[in-house]
Design a protein around this ligand. Structure first.
Ligand SMILES: Cc1ncc(COP(=O)(O)O)c(C=O)c1O
Length: 435
């Protein structure tokens, strides 16, 4: 049983501190938006699984091994469900409280640019419902949508299914898959000969290209859309997967809001995000949202009616969205920090550890007393690992298996809170014994 206040030492529900891979870039690039840090810092990957499990099976709320913040979040989510059950229908555009949470996330992401829950529609997955709004398959002139080449194939298929004409524009590979407005202009000109282009689909950061647009590039695209009266469909599902140094994600919404009122209040935009990507990657849960910007009130009303022709999105997917939009923060029991790992090592004699930046493992250096080295008759880190295994059941790998400088010794350690405590106890005893 663990301490429900701190969430530490949990028994059955051991919290594995999964280090999502962009901590490195976060720590390197200082001054980034706070939400970015929150997205990617050492959030226990089990936090949201625990919350969802407790929502599905509320008896878990009585289990002492669940951290307090997990229980509180599950309880607050269940309060939003009719009958306190995930098995109930919700409003077809999503649970109001979760839409509010998403709008707050967007406001934080965009450094204060306001977002209204009224403009947020939660859907299963990200964007195909929007196409219904834009594409009129019965018109004599086909509705056209500009799409990048290469692109995310499902989007093209969805467009075809809706009867839209695809107007391809090529990304410039030689310049890192950049989006060139001249190419957009050319494509639009060609498209107008055969269809009625109404929308421009952007995938930023790009799939499959892995590119990310600069702020300047986004401004150019928005200006182009304003001139040509195109609706921008901004697929931004990879917004929290940004690794490159000196690179920042700018949302279309933020850039648009800072472009002067003639443009910022007129260009229509739909921005998509989803739990399928980002730090969650839970595509099977089917939780996504679209935020609509600058829609004519009548069109927004039509969108609302259109969206409500379908039943609500999956409730578990909606809850996942809430967790993505509002992950544990520093100080919450489910926000195990890396400093915690480093602090534990710093406290221990004969062990030193570089700051942990990414991945699932840590590779601390062990400074064995001469007696232990003499006694070992094998690589001392191997001896240490064998003893650790025998005494505690913990399986860690000796540094000699990975390559290390001569006369240095390490272990590769999988970062689990419970394991960390066991290692601590063992290590203290081991060092004492051989000192
Ligand atoms: C560009 C892009 N948009 C959206 C998605 C995910 O869509 P959904 O939210 O429907 O799972 C993906 C998944 O691969 C994608 O690559």
């Amino acid at each position: 049983k663990g301490n429900p206040k701190t969430g530490k030492g949990q028994g059955r529900h051991q919290t594995i501190i999964k280090q999502i891979n962009s901590l490195k870039s976060n720590t390197q690039r200082q001054g980034k938006a706070e939400n970015r840090k929150m997205d990617n810092l050492s959030i226990s990957n089990y936090f949201y699984l625990q919350v969802l499990a407790a929502c599905l099976y509320p008896a878990l709320l009585e289990d002492d091994s669940l951290p307090l913040d997990v229980k509180q979040r599950a309880e607050s989510l269940l309060r939003e469900c009719d009958g306190g059950s995930v098995g109930s229908y919700t409003d077809s555009s999503g649970i109001a409280k979760i839409k509010h949470c998403v709008s707050q996330y967007i406001t934080r992401r965009d450094g204060g640019v306001p977002s209204s829950p009224d403009n947020i529609f939660i859907k299963s997955g990200s964007q195909t419902i929007m196409l219904k709004l834009l594409i009129r398959s019965k018109d004599s002139c086909q509705t056209g949508v500009l799409i990048p080449v290469p692109t995310y194939a499902s989007f093209t298929l969805a467009l075809e299914e809706q009867g839209a004409a695809i107007i391809p524009y090529h990304l410039c590979e030689e310049q890192g898959w950049t989006l060139q407005v001249e190419e957009l202009r050319k494509a639009l000109h060609t498209g107008r000969k055969t269809c009625n282009p109404v929308a421009l689909y952007i995938c930023n950061p790009g799939n499959p290209t892995g590119h990310i647009q600069s702020r300047k590039s986004i401004e150019e695209v928005i200006r182009f859309a304003a001139e040509e009266r195109l609706f921008i469909l901004a697929d931004e599902v990879y917004q929290s997967c940004v690794y490159a140094d000196d690179t920042e994600f700018y949302s279309y919404k933020k850039v648009l809001s800072e472009m002067g009122s003639t443009i910022s209040s007129t260009v229509e935009l739909a921005s998509f995000n989803s739990v399928s990507k980002g730090f969650m990657g839970e595509c099977g849960l089917r939780g996504g949202y679209v935020e609509l910007v600058n829609l004519d009130p009548a069109v927004k009303e039509y969108a609302r009616r259109l969206f409500s022709t379908r039943s609500c999105p999956p409730v578990v997917g909606q809850m996942a969205l809430d967790l993505m939009a509002n992950p544990p923060r520093p100080g919450d029991p489910s926000f195990p920090t890396f400093s915690e790992v480093s602090e534990v090592f710093a406290e221990l004699p004969g062990i030193s550890c570089q700051p942990l930046k990414a991945g699932f493992f840590v590779f601390p250096c062990l400074h064995f007393p001469p007696k232990a080295i003499k006694w070992a008759k094998m690589e001392p880190d191997m001896l240490y690992c064998l003893h650790l295994l025998e005494e505690t059941g913990l399986h860690v790998r000796p540094g000699c298996e990975y390559g290390q400088r001569k006369d240095s010794h390490h272990i590769r350690f999988n970062i689990m809170e419970d394991a960390l405590q066991r290692l601590k106890t063992f290590h203290t005893r081991f060092m004492k014994e051989f000192s």
